[in-house]
Design a protein around this ligand. Sequence first.
Ligand SMILES: Cc1ncc(COP(=O)(O)O)c(C=O)c1O
Length: 450
Amino acid sequence: MTQLDAPPSALLADAYANDRARVFHSWSAQGALDPTVIAGALGSKFWDDHGTTWIDFTSMLVNMNLGHQHPKMIQAIKDQAETLCMVAPPFANDQRSEAARLIVEKANGDGAGGHFEKVFFTNAGAEAVENAVRLAKGYTGRMKVLSAYRSYHGGTALSVGLTGEPRRLENEPSVPGLIKFWGPYPYRSAFHSDSPEQETERALQHLRDTIVVEGPDKIAAIILESVVGTNGILVPPAGYLEGLRALCDEFGIVWIADEVMAGFGRTGQWFAWQNWEGQPDLIAFAKGVNSGYIPLGGVVISSDIAHAYDERVFPGGLTYSGHPLACATAVASIGIFEEEGVLAHSRHLGDDIIGPALRDMAARHQSVGEVRGLGVFWAVELVADTTTREPAPPATVGAVVAECKRNGMWPLSAANRIHVVPPCNTPDDLAREGLAILDAALAVADAAIG
Ligand SMILES: Cc1ncc(COP(=O)(O)O)c(C=O)c1O
């Protein structure tokens, strides 16, 4: 039996009514919601309770890097469920040990050399960020943390305080000592630069100035999404991450790479920072580590920081840290990445299919201000005016999204952008099909410009 002819759940008929009556949703005014009931999914497609099918260009919040219902992932869950469902953190467990060993191996570049040694497991990305900051504060004995205005780091008190985008605002006042800076964004430069080289230079000078005025000996960490995700898919210009590393070394600051969205294949590497030269001290991960088949996140810890806790107690913990069912899916996922060449396929999709198609769309559609990305991590920035780069209004973006959905592709939108973020193992023909739907839908935005 395939997923397509599996019998529908008996609960499906009431799913919508019970959702509206009883489910309280994330980041939403509850009254305005009209959620589509997802009845099933396979690979890079999902379908609703009426049988309407869409190509998944969202990976379910940029998370299912291996797509839906991968048979080896399902088997890993079944096998582990039959073996051992839960082991509390003080015990050791084969799946947790193996997941940690593999994740450290990948962080160290598969033997290319690196300073990572241990993994602290969490349930999700926000907890990974929380614990990375906790490790950095304990290691340095300092309290301030710097993060970018264009960032999202999670929904818990500290991680939403680190977040720069507007979702932070209703959650303030926040944890003390959280300082913001502007990261590089050549298309909308905060530094009035007119080349990526100038953007790197000026963004690093601004970061240095921020460090100096905030007091270098007060700053525990700088946390940065290696490629900014939700806030624009901002690929750092050449030299920026290397410059960040140099500043952290100069001032004794811990570099935390937030790889929750960018990690595990999204940019064609195990971790997005591996596309450049600099090496962070801590890596916060979640999502793609096991495509969210079971909630899992964590922090990869450098040797120096890990050993700082050899004698002293780490002041943090979670009942489900290193949950065997979740860790078994991480082990399975890393195995699938290797067996099925997922990193190479992600790079191929970006270099040979998505990148060229989006650049071609940018040349033909006047509503497209810029396209940018790598691997399966791309943004199409819609504008109302190509000269002023005024962002397209929500109604225009909403109309493009609706047109894509009407034609069988479910896109992810954020502000004035469409993010093209299908699973890393999406077949070429399906990626092309989804891109053609986006191409046609952009006519709606062109018409809005007039
Ligand atoms: C870069 C980044 N960090 C942290 C988080 C928070 O992860 P979670 O929702 O699993 O807590 C997200 C979620 O999208 C993210 O994109």
